[in-house]
Design a protein around this ligand. Sequence first.
Ligand code: ATP
Ligand code: ATP
Ligand code: MG
Ligand code: MG
Ligand code: MG
Ligand code: MG
Ligand code: MG
Length: 272
Amino acid sequence: MAGTKFAYVRNFELPDPLLPDTYLVCRLDGHSFHRFSDEHGFAKPNDERALQLMDHAAKSAMIEFKDIMLAFGESDEFSFLFRKSTNLYNRRHSKILTTLTSYFTSCYVLNWSQYFPDTPLRYPPSFDGRIIVYPTERAIRDYFSWRQADTARQRKAHINNLYNTTFWALIQKGGQTTTEAHATLRGTVSATKHEILFSRFGINYNEISQRFKKGSVIVRENVVPESSDKGESLEPPMRLTRSEINQARDESPERSGASDPPTNIPPHSQSM
Ligand code: ATP
Ligand code: ATP
Ligand code: MG
Ligand code: MG
Ligand code: MG
Ligand code: MG
Ligand code: MG
């Protein structure tokens, strides 16, 4: 029988289970979105439609994958937090990662025209994905703080956004070249950039949508402990609650320096 003769190749497929009883974070990131955003006319530095489309795809993913408790997005990326006790696909690494990544990508494409009615897709966008396993709630908090905070390496939504906003205002509204805009901003402190934005372009940076500065959070509400068949060893409910996130926003309006270690969860909360 053909099945018998060839079946041994199946043994080359190795199991790839994720460590049990740990938080799973899946982070998706748009592939070459620098180019994708250029070719599709995204407003710089932050296109609201594009961010809403990302949120839409993330919400759809959370509806499909019930064990995702929270998601954080900014720019072309989204991070999804799975509950510790998830047994999705028996915690098979590639199965979870590829299914979530392709589902998110499909939702992004499916809903594209709703957010970009006048911009046809010129080519299929794709997202890369990875899963990171974290043992503690502390690490999870730090993970989301890390994604929210800017890093020197990546231009992210929060810290460097003041620079980006001023940079693009100088170019798009002020008629400067990129070289001139860089020169204008070289060595300036935050207050000076605020002043440039306000006095020259009438932009009050503090009124710019919070999501531009700190990203977007989607929380699954009414988290209840999972019931186990034997009625024992329940996982305690997550303490990353919506109110805590809002409180973090109230207490931490804006971060001005990289030396200030982030402790808050991003503020742009949406309930499911
Ligand atoms: P890679 O494939 O390595 O991720 P990339 O070009 O996607 O490369 P990122 O570091 O992920 O690089 O940065 C994403 C880029 O996409 C941003 O720098 C920005 O140019 C663009 N971008 C993403 N979202 C938006 C948005 N909402 N509005 C405007 N531009 C955006
Ligand atoms: P899983 O998520 O585990 O892959 P599945 O439902 O996709 O579950 P598969 O073993 O992959 O199960 O089988 C794919 C099924 O999809 C087939 O059994 C068949 O019912 C259906 N299917 C796939 N391609 C076609 C096709 N071209 N025409 C008709 N049915 C198809
Ligand atoms: Mg990437
Ligand atoms: Mg990218
Ligand atoms: Mg990115
Ligand atoms: Mg199949
Ligand atoms: Mg199948």
